[in-house]
Ligand binder design. Structure first.
Ligand code: ZN
Ligand code: ZN
Length: 356
């Protein structure tokens, strides 16, 4: 069976007795229909898949999509007519993405059709990747790594964080990415203690840690990785903390397998950092799913209810952030296999890399 047939099959498993599901989030519309553009709505039933676009996007939808393409002017009125013509009485919606105005409009418009909020479930539509998706994610990671190599070869000291981020973005695009997959983080010196320190005008000095969290989008799929490098000697406390973060990451990676609770993976890394007094400096969750979106299901955190499944692609990214001193994060991506996991990102983080 083709990947697109598998994807629509997977989407149909969410119907569970409902007549149809209406998708309005761009990644889910793309996943089910193949259309990669914007401003589309998809409706699917057990037997049909329809996509609704306006005249700006009709040709692209006809080229890309396996669904029946409808060009519409009055979006919701025409979709309602379509639902009626198919005899739809129960309709699942992506309640996590439909805005309040649209919901109120639909509530008024869709007479005789009962809407069921499926946001919590449809978030998982793309959680398990097929091999075609995994290879695109791998390619995104490969491009971003090649770009980082190029940028680091130019050196860090004396340059602004923002320049490093800009060069990285350019290199990823030149190597085939459509964009960076999120705002690149380059945080040096004490700024590295900000887990999401966007690249600033700060000049990178000697003997500073530099956290670089980066990734790109390639053919609609994202990568996400963080390295922590050093522009010389950042001191013994930094070096010791780096080893602890690395060990926390290794422990978590070694436990990755289908059937394992994501919260238990988070606990392994958190307990390791707790045991050396660093737990208080690790505030964020251990990881997240990556695919068409850079943050998607599953969630790897202490409060996650998710269980790992074969084909899920996740990050493992422990970090410690000591205010006024330094921050460290090590992030890699993995695909869960039938008995463990395979690494997707390839940068070796075993030793602290010195880049001046
Ligand atoms: Zn990241
Ligand atoms: Zn991440």
């Amino acid at each position: 069976m083709s990947y697109s047939a598998q994807r629509i099959d997977r989407a149909r498993s969410f119907l569970k007795g409902l007549d149809a599901i209406l998708l309005s989030s761009r990644p889910n519309v793309t996943y089910v229909t193949g259309y990669t553009g914007s401003d589309a709505v998809a409706v699917y039933t057990e037997s049909h898949t329809d996509i609704f676009v306006d005249s700006r996007n009709t040709l692209q939808a006809q080229e890309e999509s396996t669904a029946r393409v409808h060009e519409i002017r009055k979006r919701w009125e025409e979709i309602y007519e379509h639902l009626k013509s198919l005899g739809i009485a129960t309709l699942g919606i992506e309640s996590n993405v439909v805005d309040v105005d649209t919901f109120l409009l639909l509530k008024d418009l869709l007479k005789g059709i009962e809407m069921t909020p499926l946001g919590g479930q449809l978030k998982y539509l793309r959680a398990v990747k097929d091999p075609g998706e995994v290879s695109l994610i791998r390619e995104a990671a490969r491009i971003s790594e090649k770009a980082l190599d190029e940028v680091l070869a130019q050196g860090l000291v004396g340059r602004r964080e923002a320049d490093i981020a800009f060069d990285l973005e350019c290199a990823m695009r030149r190597l085939g990415a459509s964009s960076s997959s999120f705002e690149i983080i380059v945080a040096s010196g004490p700024r590295s203690a900000m887990p999401h320190g966007a690249a600033s005008a700060k000049i990178i000095r000697e003997n500073e840690p530099v956290v670089i969290d980066f990734g790109c989008t390639y053919a609609g799929y994202s990568s996400d990785q963080t390295v922590t490098v050093c522009t010389g000697d950042a001191g013994g406390e930094f070096a010791a903390a780096y080893r602890h973060v690395l060990e926390a990451q290794s422990l978590a990676i070694a436990a990755l397998a289908p059937g394992v609770k994501a919260s238990s993976i988070d606990k392994l890394a958190r307990d390791r950092l707790d045991s050396v007094g660093l737990g208080a400096y690790f505030g964020h969750s251990l990881g997240h799913g990556v695919g068409m979106e850079v943050h998607e299901m599953p969630i790897v955190s202490s409060i996650s209810k998710d269980t790992l499944e074969e084909g899920m692609v996740i990050t493992i990214e422990p970090g410690v952030y000591l205010p006024g001193k330094f921050g460290i994060r090590l992030e890699d991506m993995f695909v869960i296999t039938d008995n463990s996991c395979k690494r997707i990102t390839n940068i070796d983080k075993e030793a602290i890399k010195v880049i001046t």
